[in-house]
Structure formats: structure tokens, C-alpha cells
Design a protein around this ligand. Structure first.
Ligand code: ATP
Ligand code: MG
Ligand code: MG
Length: 483
């Protein structure tokens, strides 16, 4: 775990604590300013507080050195989301030199601000309580908790679910270490990405907590081994439910291929998931592979490293869908990639219908032979699928869906998307190697760092790039040929 950099250094920990502390000061200043603007009595204003609560991987204590911070801002009845949070607080943040790259994501189910504070990426949603002040030790599980609206409930759910998971696991340190390992496995094997139909952090956290409950005294090795033993034969769609969860009124919707239950009140029910037929198959295959490897984990000379070997995409697939995105600067590229990714599921479903199978590699690559800031995706296609002509029609449909709701016309002029098919038989033979094998060649492809949140899988960088390096010119010609 140490050699993979899975645990943050004391310096990184301190940096994050400082960020939380600074944020706390900013929102105290903010809530008092809003109280003043609302003409609340002067003698009350100085005692009014709002608070921030960590959730996500930071709240669970499983963040890595490049992880973002997920922090919920909880404010009183007079501080609104639309005006006070997205306008007043945003402009306060904007005026501070330590804050950069602020984006407001207003239309999401959980609306939030995303920014960097001292270089660390922060996801910052808001929940409004029907209270005149919100103390740091606010009891979110209190039956008397009055929440302003449905959006605030949704925003609170991340914190509630996290707190409940932490209450339900028998041995916190083991749970954290084991979850770090499982997340590394999922990233390396290409099954960690909620938007692309794989697991998200919350799904893996609940699966890990389930295993910890079954083996309360298990070592980390035993827990990881049991994870694969258990979930490789799990009779999906039987739902995964933690012991001690409050059972929801609703059953899983029947469409969910791998239902995982939130361990909280029935209100939150089931973990959202985008798992499709293809991603279901890939996840099952990877769990099975994990089981076959780890069943020998008791042997003296057992090597854990093979569990975490990167998925060998070029060995596995005959051709790839290549999605190439460019923008004039890094900031706009971050937004552009986020926008296109929010449309990816429809592309995946179409490809799946036509090809039978598609494996959307979540890793984002950068083509350094292109001068504009860019991100490239390569999705594996099944060799038995339909021919390429059919896929070109998919391209047209996807372009329409990307351009349709584009919220700014000028953006479609500045930001570009290319979709093409790359046939792996056209890769130079010498480069058709297992992803870890060709060490030392010059890496022209690497993971982008336009947004710290996407920087996490930097661990992939030594592995994937090489066989695309010298392929660039051939691929261009090929792209032109297939349009
Ligand atoms: N599909 C989902 N359903 C329910 N809650 C979700 C979902 N996706 C995210 N969340 C909430 O948002 C939190 C933060 O999500 P995020 O994607 O940042 O994952 P994370 O657990 O922090 O892992 P990472 O280390 O990758 O950031 C989750 O812990 C969860 O509470
Ligand atoms: Mg996170
Ligand atoms: Mg986040």
C-alpha cells in the first residue's frame, strides 16, 4: 500500500485539514454577512453559525494523495441555495487568492460548487436547515431535524450514508485499508467509474463494509480475499444490504443489475448505478479473476501485485472507439470533458446494442502530439460485433446528443469532439504487448491534469501509453479513412 501511494503523507493530511479549516472560516463569514443582508438583529448575528461536514472518500478516511475533498455546507433557514450560496458565497470565494477554478453545477440532482482551494479540488454542495443557526455538532440523525427542501435532503444523504457506514463497520482501520486496496483494484482493472456504468466510490464502500461485517476480526488480506470469494458468486440481482441498515419501503427497481442498498433511512433507498449489460459482464469477469488470484493468498510466496495489474486493453480487444476532445484551455477542457461524459451512457448503450459488448475504459489520456489541450478515451469493442459502417451511424447519433442541449453555442465552436474507430490490428506488431511490458519507451500519452479530481489514476501512466505512441500517424490516416 505504501509503494502504491495509497495512504496520504502527514504533509498531505495537514494540507487537507488546513483546507477544511479555511473553508470553515469562509462560511462563518458568509453566513453572518447573509444574516446582516437579511436584517437580522445585530446582537444575534455574531452568534450565528453554519458548518461544513466531510463525506465521500475524505469523510471515510480512505482518500489518496490526489483525492478531492467532498464537503457539505450546512446553513440556516435564511441562507438560500440559489442566491446566497451560488451568488454571495461564490463571489466571496472568487475574491480570495487561494481559491481558483470555481464551477457551479446547478442542475445536478445534488447541486454543488466545485473549486480548488490551495490547489486541492473541493466538491461543495449545500443543505439548508430550518434552524436559525447550525452548530458543528448538528445531529443529522435527530428525528426533529427539519430540512428546508428535497434538494437539501439529497445533499445531506452523502454525509448521512457515510456516518452510518462508519457506525456499522466493526474495525474502522481494517475497513479503510481494505477499501483502499479494493479501490486500487477497481481503478487498475477499469471498473471504477460511476458515469461509465461501473462502480463508484460509494458502491465499493458499501461492498467493503459488507465484507467487514462478515469477518469482524479478519486481517486485511483475509478481507480482500473474502471480498472476491463472496462477490464473485453473489447471486445478483439479490441486493447487498448491510446488517443494521433500515430496510427501505421500495424494492430495487428491477432494472438495477447489481442493487446495493444505502445503509440509511428508507428515504435514500438504493445506490444509483448506471451498470449496463456490458459493464455488468466486465465487473463479473473481474470479480472472478480476483477470486482465482486471491484464493491462493494464504500461500507463503503469494504475490499481491498480480491482483492489481492494469487491464491489458490492447490484448483484449480487436478495435476501439476513440473519443477525442479538445478545448482552447485547460479550464474549458475540464468543463467540456465533464459535459461529454454526462452523455457517455447513451453512447455506451448504443454501442452495446450494435456490438453486443463494449468496454468503456474510464482512463483519460492526453495526446501530446496535438498542441491544444485534449483528452482521449479508448473503449474496447468486441471482435464479433457488427461492421464499422454501422458504428459510423452511432457517431452521428452521439454527436446530436452532445450538441443538442449544449448550453452555449460559442462553446460548440471552441470545443471539439471527434469520434472514430481504431482497429488494433493496425497497431504496429512490436507494440502489441501487454500493457506493463514495454518499459522505458518515451511516453507521449499520459493522464491529463486539467482537474485534480481526474489526476488520481496517475498510477496508470507507466502502463498504458506506449503502444499508442508510435501509432499516432497511422491512426490519423485511418481516422480520415473512416471519417
Ligand atoms: N451514485 C451515487 N449514489 C448515491 N450517492 C452517491 C453516488 N455517487 C456519489 N454519491 C455520494 O457522493 C459522495 C462522493 O462521491 P465521489 O464520486 O467523490 O466518490 P468518493 O467515495 O469520494 O471516492 P473518490 O475517492 O473516487 O472521490 C459519495 O460518497 C456518496 O455519498
Ligand atoms: Mg470524492
Ligand atoms: Mg467528489
Amino acid at each position: 500500500m505504501a509503494s502504491e501511494g495509497l495512504e496520504p503523507t502527514p504533509e498531505e493530511e495537514r494540507k487537507r485539514k488546513d483546507v477544511m479549516e479555511q473553508l470553515k472560516q469562509i462560511i462563518l463569514e458568509w453566513v453572518r454577512k447573509v444574516a446582516w443582508q437579511r436584517h437580522l438583529p445585530k446582537e444575534q448575528i455574531s452568534s450565528i453559525t453554519a458548518t461544513i461536514l466531510a463525506y465521500g472518500s475524505y469523510g471515510l478516511g480512505v482518500y489518496g494523495s490526489n483525492s478531492d475533498i467532498d464537503a457539505l455546507c450546512v446553513g440556516p433557514y435564511f441562507a438560500t441555495l440559489e442566491e446566497d450560496f451560488f451568488i454571495v458565497l461564490r463571489s466571496m470565494l472568487q475574491s480570495r487568492p487561494e481559491v481558483s477554478d470555481i464551477h457551479c453545477v446547478k442542475s445536478a440532482k445534488v447541486p454543488l460548487m466545485r473549486f480548488k482551494l490551495n490547489g486541492i479540488s473541493v466538491d461543495f454542495p449545500y443543505a439548508q436547515l430550518c434552524a436559525s443557526s447550525v452548530p458543528d455538532d448538528v445531529d443529522l440523525f435527530s428525528p426533529n431535524l427539519a430540512v428546508a427542501d428535497e434538494t437539501s435532503w439529497r445533499s445531506l444523504s452523502g454525509v448521512l450514508v457515510n456516518k452510518r457506514i462508519l457506525q456499522l463497520v466493526p474495525h474502522l482501520k481494517n475497513f479503510q485499508s481494505m477499501l483502499r486496496c479494493i479501490k486500487l483494484w477497481a481503478r487498475r482493472r477499469g471498473v471504477y467509474s460511476h458515469v461509465l456504468g461501473f462502480f463508484g466510490g460509494i458502491h465499493l464502500a458499501i461492498l467493503a463494509a459488507y465484507v467487514c461485517q462478515r469477518l469482524p476480526n479478519g486481517s486485511i488480506n483475509a478481507l480482500v480475499t473474502f471480498f472476491f470469494e463472496n462477490f464473485s458468486v453473489w447471486p445478483w440481482p439479490k441486493p447487498v444490504i448491510l446488517q443494521g441498515s433500515s430496510i427501505p419501503f421500495r424494492h430495487p427497481d428491477g432494472r438495477s443489475l447489481m442493487p446495493i442498498m444505502m445503509p440509511c433511512s428508507s428515504q435514500f433507498g438504493w445506490c444509483n448505478s448506471n451498470i449496463t449489460k456490458s459493464t455488468y459482464r466486465k465487473i463479473k469477469d473481474e470479480l472472478q479473476r480476483g477470486y482465482l488470484i486471491t484464493r491462493d493468498s494464504g500461500r507463503a510466496n503469494f504475490e499481491w501485485s498480480c491482483l492489481f495489474e492494469p487491464f491489458p486493453y490492447t490484448k483484449m480487444y480487436a478495435s476501439f472507439v476513440r473519443v477525442f476532445l479538445t478545448a482552447p484551455d485547460d479550464d474549458e477542457l475540464g468543463d467540456w470533458v465533464g459535459w461529454v461524459k454526462s452523455r457517455f451512457l447513451s453512447l455506451l448503450l448504443k454501442l452495446e446494442t450494435m456490438q453486443g459488448y463494449c468496454d468503456p475504459n474510464p482512463t483519460e489520456y492526453v495526446d501530446h502530439s496535438v498542441s491544444d489541450p485534449n483528452v482521449v478515451f479508448y473503449w474496447g469493442l468486441s471482435p464479433n460485433g457488427s461492421n464499422l459502417t454501422d458504428i459510423i451511424s452511432v457517431k452521428e447519433g452521439f454527436m446530436k446528443s452532445v450538441n443538442k442541449d449544449l448550453y452555449s453555442d460559442s462553446r460548440s465552436n471552441r470545443c471539439k469532439i471527434e469520434l472514430s474507430i481504431v482497429d488494433s490490428s493496425q497497431f504496429p506488431k512490436s507494440l502489441q504487448l501487454d500493457s506493463g511490458a514495454s518499459k522505458g519507451s518515451k511516453a507521449c500519452w499520459r493522464i491529463p491534469d486539467y482537474n485534480q479530481q481526474h489526476r488520481r489514476p496517475i498510477i496508470y501512466s507507466p502502463y498504458f501509453p506506449q503502444y499508442f505512441v508510435r501509432y499516432v500517424p497511422e491512426r490519423r490516416e485511418y481516422d480520415n479513412a473512416v471519417g
